[in-house]
Write a protein that binds this ligand. Sequence first.
Ligand SMILES: [Fe+2]
Length: 292
Amino acid sequence: MTEQGPFNLADTAAYSAWREAKLAAHPTAVGELVVEVADIAALTAAEHGALLDRIRRCNMAVYVEPTRRARDDKAALRAAGGRFGLTSLDCNALADDDGVTPLAVHREGTRARYIPYSEKPIAWHTDGYYNPPERTVRALLLHCANPAAEGGENRVMDVEMLYMALRDEDPGHIAALMRPDAMTIPPNEEEGLLRPATVGPIFTVAATGRLHMRYTARGRNVVWSDDPAVQAAATAIRRLLDESPYGFRHRLQPGQGLLSNNVLHTREPFRDDPACPRLLYRARYHDRMSGT
Ligand SMILES: [Fe+2]
């Protein structure tokens, strides 16, 4: 942990100052996250500045492109990431070779067994919670090419606002969630997707002083430390995620996308129309968005 700064439990002065500024700046409605842009592949300085302003305030922004164009959406999303200094794409076993993953319903094959490729809801999480530390996902971009016939919206919440709610309730929650054995994801031994177990904290503070959260609310294939303080903190997280006024809900429309420092998010259940299937593109990066 860094010696000083708002995310050090001993530095209560820095925490208080950060808390006050954060609350004053944080959006109170999802509409405040939205920035209209002509083309994410060629953001103007003003568009970039408006997006950066949102990301600095709440670690995320939603862009809206009013005009659809024939183009390669994957390349456009990578170009948008590049404007925010994102270069280190996380390539998972199911991603296409270029590291940008198309998310659509798969009714057969390997992907069909995974919830992201189904119509099922996905509980609160940050991306890459099963990754080893050297592959920490610090930024997450989503681009919607086509929404579901019904449903499929995301709930989103800034990790720092959850940290604040937990620390205000009991600083002991933070200490527990920084334990190196707080949460274990057992190995995945399926052929082609071999992944060792990962054991680690929920909250970490980088050398840069920035906060990262590794989290999933799912109950299966997750082992929480049996330490009573960790158990209490895990229960508090679930409650606060549902209660917090700082969680937003948004359904991405065609030409819309989320730029984020890997905020907490869900995906609500949806109904897919095979004649007009839901298609989102997802890019995960090991970098944090520059200037944020
Ligand atoms: Fe996700």
